[in-house]
Design a protein around this ligand. Structure first.
Ligand code: NAP
Length: 240
């Protein structure tokens, strides 16, 4: 599967899973817009590595909690170069207990994890104006198996799963919209430890970042007839 001649905007692509996706998809030939929030130097480093692979890379900054900035991100990119693929990867994963959640916590989580992906997708689809495109949303196994932990995050990902299916219908036939529901790929970025996580993973191991890249490549370069699909890449965790 090849992405030569295709340009992809990936949110939160300076580091961790977003960065791994950017490099994996650049190795398949894609030019990449690396969006970041605070990780300026990591974004520049990822861009440099993509250019070393012979692809184009641009760095864009926007705070996705601020919906004006989220909406403006597509315009920022489009002025440089139109793009045909969008990956909504940026998210926050906060361990809020239901009783401690404030309205501000709730709004921030929903803005970054759900509302920004919606408006990015809306602006992207409007710019494409009927030309073919693809959207991939990064979900979580919790999206279809909601529990009590990380409550605003879980609700945001469940709603993003619903949005994936609603947009697959709304944007057909030009744009496919799919979701990749991840399990244990990397420990949380805030440094908190997840104890005994592998007890609930039938595969008994963490995912390899290259497996996330392969699955993304399938949605971005594979059969166009796949839309509204949510693929679990979680070693079977959603079955437990
Ligand atoms: N890690 C896992 O094992 C796992 C498991 C299940 C699902 N997922 C999903 O996979 C995706 C990537 O996971 P990850 O662990 O790599 O994520 P992460 O490190 O927690 O966050 C990814 C990026 O999101 C960006 N971001 C957060 N708030 C932002 C804001 N207000 N404005 C702009 N950017 C913002 C950050 O960019 P800056 O650093 O530039 O600020 C950050 O680098 C997420 O959607 C996550 O929910 C991950």
């Amino acid at each position: 599967m090849n992405l030569t001649g295709q340009t992809i905007l990936i949110t939160g692509a300076a580091r961790r899973i977003g960065r791994a996706l950017a490099l994996h998809l650049a190795r398949a030939g894609a030019d990449i817009f690396i969006h970041h929030g605070h990780s300026d130097s990591e974004a520049e480093q990822t861009a440099a590595e993509i250019r070393d692979l012979g692809c184009k890379a641009w760095v864009l900054q926007a705070d996705l909690e601020n919906l004006e900035q989220a909406i403006g991100l597509v315009e920022q990119a489009w002025k440089i170069q139109p793009f045909q693929r969008l990956i909504n990867n940026a998210a926050i994963f906060e361990p809020f207990d239901w009783a401690a959640v404030t309205p501000a916590d709730w709004q921030k989580t929903l803005n970054i994890n759900l509302t920004a992906p919606f408006f990015l997708s809306q602006q992207f689809a409007k710019r494409l104006a009927g030309q073919p495109g693809r959207i991939l949303n990064l979900l979580d196994w919790r999206a279809l198996r909601p529990g009590a932990d990380h409550l605003p995050y879980t609700v945001s990902k469940a709603a993003l799963a619903a949005l994936t299916q609603s947009l697959a219908l709304a944007l057909a036939p030009a744009i496919t919209v799919n979701g990749l529901a991840l399990g244990a790929v990397l420990p949380p970025s805030d440094g908190s430890k997840s104890t005994n996580i592998l007890k609930a993973v039938p595969a008994k191991r963490w995912a390899d970042l290259s497996e996330v890249g392969e699955a993304a490549l399938f949605f971005l370069a594979g059969p166009e007839y796949v839309t509204g699909e949510i693929l679990h890449l979680d070693g079977g965790r959603h079955l437990i």
